[in-house]
Structures are given as structure tokens and as C-alpha cells.
Design a protein around this ligand. Structure first.
Ligand SMILES: Nc1ncnc2c1ncn2[C@@H]1O[C@H](COP(=O)(O)OP(=O)(O)OP(=O)(O)O)[C@@H](O)[C@H]1O
Ligand SMILES: [Mg+2]
Length: 124
């Protein structure tokens, strides 16, 4: 199992979420982050004085998938997150040892994403 951690622009999230859902990956987490990349900062004016902004807002998307599903997930993120401009973000891939569904105690990669056996009603 692998965890994909992607720092992306906010605008990229909704198309990525819709495509991952469509491809059978409904389960993910996001959080608001602030970060810096290679650029040293952006200089802006604030009440007449120069102000350098070092931290920019980003979304962090986290999604844990089976190893075989890693390429489709990274390709989906790249497709929508890449504009070609600096600040498009970065993807990290991290090994995951175990996943356990708390409700049932089941473990393994079967618990990660869409149920193959039955539909779960919205809101469940
Ligand atoms: N090595 C890293 N460790 C942790 N977070 C990182 C790392 N690199 C990038 N990030 C996160 O990703 C965000 C976007 O990075 P960014 O796209 O600016 O990377 P970059 O290497 O500067 O590439 P680019 O030249 O395309 O801007 C950062 O604001 C930060 O939140
Ligand atoms: Mg950068």
C-alpha cells in the first residue's frame, strides 16, 4: 500500500476528486497547508512598504491506495494539477504498512477504497 501526498493548487482539487471518484477511488483526505517551494518569495506592497510573502496556501491531498493503483492516481493528479507554471506543487509517495477499517476490524488493501461487493448509500 502507498500513501500519495500531493501539494496542489486549490483549483485543481475538484477535477481530481471527480476523476478519482469515477475511477473507483472515493476515499481521500484534504487539508489546507501553507508552504514554500524553491522560489524565495513574492514581493508585495502593504501600506506603502514592501512585504515579501514566503508562504503560499496549498491543499494537501492524501490518498492511500494499493500499489497497483498508484500509477492511475499519480497520473490523475498530474493531469489536473500541472499548469506548467512555478508553484504547481509536488507529489510524494510513502509506503503504508497497514490499514484497518474500524467498524469491522477488517484489514489489508481491500478496505482502502470502493467496496466491490455492495453500494454504500450516500452519507453513510
Ligand atoms: N520538499 C518538500 N517538503 C515538504 N513540502 C514541500 C516540499 N516541496 C514542496 N512542498 C510543498 O509543495 C508546495 C508547492 O511547491 P512548489 O510547487 O512551489 O515546488 P517547487 O519545487 O518550488 O517547484 P516549482 O519550481 O514548480 O514551483 C510548497 O508550497 C510546499 O507546501
Ligand atoms: Mg515553487
Amino acid at each position: 500500500m502507498k500513501k500519495v501526498e500531493a501539494f496542489i493548487r486549490h483549483e485543481a482539487f475538484e477535477p481530481i476528486r471527480m476523476e478519482l471518484l469515477d475511477k473507483g477511488f472515493p476515499s481521500l483526505s484534504i487539508a489546507e497547508y501553507k508552504g514554500s517551494g524553491r522560489q524565495k518569495g513574492i514581493t508585495e506592497q502593504y501600506r506603502g512598504s514592501e512585504l515579501t510573502i514566503h508562504l503560499r496556501p496549498k491543499l494537501k491531498l492524501e490518498i492511500v491506495v494499493d500499489d497497483k493503483d498508484l500509477p492511475v492516481v499519480t497520473e490523475t493528479i498530474l493531469r489536473y494539477a500541472r499548469t506548467g507554471q512555478v508553484g504547481d506543487g509536488k507529489i510524494f509517495v510513502i509506503p503504508v504498512e497497514e490499514a484497518i477499517r474500524i467498524r469491522t476490524g477488517e484489514d489489508g488493501h481491500e478496505v482502502l477504497q470502493a467496496h466491490e461487493t455492495k453500494e454504500i448509500p450516500a452519507g453513510a
